[in-house]
Each structure stands twice: as C-alpha cells, then as structure tokens.
Design a protein around this ligand. Structure first.
Ligand SMILES: [Zn+2]
Length: 78
C-alpha cells in the first residue's frame, strides 16, 4: 500500500546558494488527493518559514523546495 511510503521528516531553511537544477516539487498537504506521479517517496513536512503542512516528493539529498504558501525555500534535514 502507498501508506507505507509515507514518511515525515524535519525541514530547515536553506542556507547559501541553491542549485536551480535541484529544486524539487512540493505541494500543500491539503492538495494530496490530486494525482501523484512517478516513483518518488512522498514526505510530509512543515514549512520552516510559515509552518504550513507540505508534501514533497523527495528524490535525493540536497534537493530543495519552495513553499507554495510563503515562497520560502527549505530543505529536508538529513
Ligand atoms: Zn512556507
């Protein structure tokens, strides 16, 4: 079941320069019932800037995300 792929991770605000090609996809957790494509593992996180609930498709360490609510950038804490 997809349920087993759900994970929760800590996030932090990004520091320094960000590689444009490493920007990942995220969405509001409330939008989760929209189609989820690909084989990425979905991770439930909270935006470190505004605290909103986000869902990211996390593909590799170093990936970063832009919060759709506050436009703040964040990374997953490894
Ligand atoms: Zn935010």
């Amino acid at each position: 079941m997809a349920e087993s792929l759900k994970q929760e991770r800590q996030t932090k605000k990004t520091e320094g320069s960000l590689a444009p090609d490493k920007q990942g996809k995220e969405r509001a957790a409330s939008d989760l019932n929209t189609e989820v494509g690909g084989r990425s593992v979905l991770i439930f996180v909270s935006c470190p800037h505004c605290g909103s609930s986000r869902v990211i498709s996390f593909d590799y360490e170093g990936e970063w995300f832009t919060c759709g609510q506050c436009q703040g950038t964040y990374q997953v804490v490894s």
